[in-house]
Design a protein around this ligand. Structure first.
Ligand code: GLN
Length: 190
């Protein structure tokens, strides 16, 4: 069976995520309405502006079915940047409502403003040596709960985490060709 991966496409970097997944021969589906969630083999929550995404999720009636799917643990999920913020247990600086799917506390824009954005080396055994991450007004993970595995760090801070089948990254793997994080997500879809 061919895998179809849903990419939340209300706002943000969804097109680059779709292109990066199509590179692996996957079919992608932009998710804009509740019926787009049916029959997916995986789901991506892209970067962008989490406040805008939250508002549009409400407008589209998509929030409740999306959160059901995320909590169900049935499909692999990849959440990057704004997507990670949506899934956190608690959001600070500024505070914002979130879904509590990942037991983490995040500070929005915790690595500074646009000018402080850049490509940074990641530390950790889960990713191949030399792997980098592109950080763009990225969230900073301030705390992780006991069910959360830290898969990569930046200067000691967690920047890639996993809880069950949910992977959450502070950086943008879709902006680097064949980023190992995308390969790992694709491998878990089978
Ligand atoms: N700073 C953005 C937010 O608060 C996230 C930035 C990103 O997704 N690259 O939602």
């Amino acid at each position: 069976m061919r895998c179809t991966v849903g990419v939340l496409a209300l706002q943000g970097d969804f097109a680059r995520h779709e292109a990066a997944l199509q590179h692996y021969g996957l079919t992608t589906r932009p998710v804009r309405r509740p019926e787009h969630l049916r029959g997916l083999s995986g789901l991506v929550l892209p970067g962008g502006e989490s406040t805008t995404m939250l508002r549009l999720l409400g407008v589209q009636g998509l929030e409740a079915p999306l959160v059901d799917l995320l909590r169900g643990g049935r499909v692999p999920v990849l959440a990057t940047c704004a997507g990670l913020i949506l899934l956190a247990r608690e959001v600070r600086d500024p505070a914002q409502r979130s879904f509590g799917v990942l037991d983490i506390v995040v500070a929005r824009n915790g690595y500074g403003r646009q000018i402080a954005s850049g490509t940074i080396s990641l530390a950790g055994d889960w990713l191949p040596a030399g792997t980098t991450g592109i950080f763009i007004r990225a969230p900073r993970i301030l705390a992780v709960g006991p069910a959360v595995e830290v898969l990569a760090r930046r200067d000691g801070d967690p920047v890639l985490v996993r809880q069950g089948r949910v992977l959450g990254a502070c950086f943008h793997p879709e902006l680097e060709p064949e980023h190992p994080l995308l390969r790992a997500f694709v491998a878990d879809l089978a």
